[in-house]
Write a protein that binds this ligand. Sequence first.
Ligand SMILES: [Mn+2]
Length: 325
Amino acid sequence: MDKTSEIEKTKPIFITTGVHPDLDGLACCVGYSELQQKLGIKTVIGLVGGFDLETKFVLDYFDLALGDFNANPEDFDQVILVDTSEQRSLDERIRLDKVVEIIDHRLLNDSQLFPQAKVQIEALGAAATLIAEKFQQSQKGISQTAVILLQTAIISNTLNFKAHITSQHDRAMFNWLSQYFTLPTDFAWQMFMAKLDFSGSKLTEALEHDFRSGGLGKIGIAQIEMIGGAKLVDERLEEILDKLNQKQKELSLDYIFLSIIELKEGHNILVTSDRLTQNLLENVFKTNFKNNVAILSDLLMRKEIRPLLKATLEGTSWSSRLASK
Ligand SMILES: [Mn+2]
């Protein structure tokens, strides 16, 4: 048997991230797929849902041509998940028992639902940091496309190293990547500016795009990162509340809110008209809602907010929550 037919007999491994991939998810898929190929393992990337404005900006800026990523997970026997470990974030066609590896940075995860998976979850700013580390250890070399995607993913996920979740390891891997490619000095700023367009229907599209729900007490959190959040809320509060109310009904959620990460002021603006959610958030963050809006004194990513809400909800009995309804 010649070598080619032998390779053809080995089915490739399907690599994916959550639906509506963000920059970190895409970077991890592209990077880890490249590394596997260099190690002699065939892989195919499959993604569901369009890219967000930030990801599109990076692809356009550096003129990166990627594949179509249309593969169907049902055609593969083995699946690798990167930058996700939550069942609710996955394409429904993915069978949990086909997942052989998980690389993620979410402390709240469903890793116990994947019986076959080798799980690596570390509390870092970006999952891209873990992929960069694997390249470094492998000494197999890295393409410029992978370097750029991993670098920009680290900047994006750590809010340019300003978020609490940023670790020394994120900085170290970013520096390691930077020996292969130097980003323009103002690149982080340009990338953040690229996602500031919330004109017209782009606002509700952004809410729809970066929306995650599920977990204990069925919490839905929309998140947008921007500059000028107070003005946006001031001008378009009704529209935001309508969209949240619609999502809450559609998904039968117990709690729902929008978390705006205000990059210039370095704090969050929370928006919801759901009284139960307002009570929960006031309780957890010692803040007050006025006209359905509350300001935090801190800057927290959704992956930091979730565990805080979970801890509080677990300390509250169902009976007292039902009584407050
Ligand atoms: Mn991530």
